[in-house]
Design a protein around this ligand. Structure first.
Ligand code: F3S
Length: 424
């Protein structure tokens, strides 16, 4: 392993036992991957805070929890400063940052979440509670190395910003946030970033739902280790449409980068996106694929509706504004709850813009830092019918909860919530 002087000093323990341990883990990881050098990580997101699975340790000592679960160590390390040169912020966690009662959440878990996040923020990890960190300033630039715990963010940062990162997992991202390094491997190396299969779009591509479904179908068709380039047939997407596309693409596949000709920086044209990859398979996403996906994601029977969860991935301010516009002064049916998920900073902007108050008056509650999937199924106990406007949640939760799951656009979800029924 080639180490710089600084890395060698860190490995010798000159920067403390915490960074030393994290670097040891990164070097172990590099050895397993076959990487012979490390790269400097400039941005990281981490999956910190309280999560129900942390209870298995039977302790509330956060140093012990962190050492066991994040550093994978039986030795207990005291939390020390994280890397200053790698900006780290939290991804979605097990709880809203402010509320727990209206989510049927345990008060103890809520308190532990605040306490754990406070412990790591004192050591340099900012609290954002976001699975869409690029919407509020977490933007690694072209060629910068990043690590992240959110699968859709891996695709976004690689594809749209041209930054370099892999889908490493929770622990590896924590090690990088502490020591500021990751193995130089996979998509951290330019030669590995070219597309190796081509997708042509022959289905609607105008709305956020269209792009959600495009990502969902593309992931199903993608071969193992596939790195797609979308070559033609699509209407120009914006960041919100891409957010949907990449979340669902990461749901049905292990994709980490997706080039789009004329849109993403490494795909000014098809030839450049493919590099030396020749004879690449061409896949089409047809209207039939599109309709099949929607049929699969949404219960066909329709019926009464109890809960609507909007914002997978977390809503941007623009989407919150659009929600207010769709409502247009109307109220949600009194038998339906509507949860709208975003991050802490976007919620603050929604408050300042007056949107939160309008939503509350209509019967919609805004939450941050989490979602029904990340919180654990307890928040959905007893629910018999639920609608999502994100294919990712509809896909995962339809097999995990004992409820009718409906999937549709934001407008379809809101109209159903206003009528109290899906499909009428
Ligand atoms: Fe975000 Fe939860 Fe969806 S973390 S991407 S809202 S599953």
């Amino acid at each position: 392993m080639k180490l710089t002087n600084e890395e060698q000093r860190m490995l010798n323990g000159e920067m403390g036992a915490f960074k030393q341990k994290a670097l040891e883990k990164i070097i172990d990881y590099a050895n397993v991957l076959g990487a012979d050098e490390l790269c400097e990580v400039k941005k990281s997101t981490v999956y910190f805070g309280a999560h129900p699975y942390l209870d298995v340790l039977g302790t509330e000592d956060y140093d012990e929890i962190f050492s066991t679960m994040m550093l994978c160590s039986d030795t207990v390390y005291e939390l020390e400063d994280f890397s200053h040169d790698c900006f780290s912020q939290t991804c979605a966690a097990g709880c809203d940052f402010y509320k727990y009662k209206s989510l049927n959440m345990d008060e103890n878990l809520f308190n532990r979440n605040r306490s754990y996040l406070s412990d790591t923020s004192k050591k340099g990890v900012s609290v954002a509670g976001s699975c869409t960190p690029y919407l509020t300033g977490w933007i690694p630039l072209s060629g910068e190395h990043f690590t992240t715990t959110e699968s859709s963010n891996v695709i976004m940062a690689n594809s749209i910003f041209g930054a370099y990162g892999n889908a490493d997992g929770l622990e590896a991202s924590a090690w990088s946030a502490i020591c500021g390094r990751t193995p130089k491997w996979g998509l951290h190396v330019k030669e590995n970033r070219y597309a190796n299969c081509i997708f042509e779009i022959d289905c609607p591509s105008e709305t956020e739902k269209d792009w959600d479904i495009i990502g969902y179908v593309m992931g199903k068709k993608l071969p193992p280790q596939g790195q797609p380039v979308i070559s033609r047939g699509f209407k120009q997407p914006d960041i919100v449409k891409l957010k949907q596309c990449f979340a669902s693409l990461a749901t049905t596949s292990g994709c980490e980068i997706c080039h789009i000709v004329g849109i993403t920086p490494e795909a000014p044209d098809l030839e450049t996106a493919l590099g030396n990859n020749t004879n690449c398979e061409v896949y089409k996403i047809t209207e039939e694929d599109y309709n099949e996906a929607i049929e699969f994601l949404s219960n066909k029977e329709g019926g009464s509706l109890e809960l609507v969860s909007l914002g997978c991935p977390h809503y941007s301010l623009e989407e919150i504004r659009d929600t207010v516009e769709i409502l247009n002064g109307r109220k949600i049916d009194k038998n339906v709850s509507v949860w709208l998920w975003t991050d802490i900073s976007t919620q603050a902007m929604s408050d300042a813009s007056g949107y939160t108050e309008i939503l509350q008056d209509a019967g919609i509650e805004i939450f941050n830092s989490s979602c029904p999937m990340v919180m654990g199924r307890g928040c959905l106990d007893g629910i018999k019918s639920i609608a999502f406007d994100g294919a990712k949640q509809a896909h995962y939760l339809q097999s995990e909860i004992d409820a009718k799951v409906f999937y549709g656009s934001r407008k379809e979800c809101l109209e159903a919530a206003i009528n109290g029924r899906w499909g009428e």
